[in-house]
Design a binder for this molecule. Structure first.
Ligand SMILES: [Zn+2]
Length: 120
């Protein structure tokens, strides 16, 4: 991958990361605002359920942010866009659709087949 492409993906990842960070920050402050005392226990339960769903989503997003950080690191050391399993270039097209991909489409397909087999 040349310099220009790397820059392109760096921009893409940074933009995505920014959106995720916004999302996480927004939810946290929203949860602080709304953590009011509902007198009705049913309302409270509903709110708690919503919060725990939110927290799970935030948790996923935080993990994604970490993954993006790892990808940015790989761009810095010029190791971005190579398959972790076989070492070939993942391909710009696949990375456009999935900038955090660490496997080429062949290895990805293979690992999915293996996963299915392991699950029975
Ligand atoms: Zn591969």
């Amino acid at each position: 991958m040349d310099e220009k492409q790397l820059e392109h993906f760096r921009g893409l990842l940074l933009h995505w990361r920014g959106e995720l960070v916004d999302e996480v920050t927004r939810t946290v402050s929203h949860m602080k605002d709304e953590a009011s005392n509902f007198p009705d226990p049913a309302d409270r339960a509903t709110q708690e359920e919503e919060f725990s769903l939110e927290l799970r989503t935030r948790d996923r997003e935080r993990k994604l942010i970490k993954k993006i950080d790892g990808m940015l690191e790989r761009i810095t050391i010029d190791d971005y866009g190579y398959c972790d399993a076989c070492g070939i270039e993942i391909g710009v097209k696949r990375l456009e659709a999935r900038p955090t991909a660490t496997l080429c489409i062949d290895c990805k397909t293979l690992s999915e087949i293996k996963e299915r087999q392991e699950l029975g």
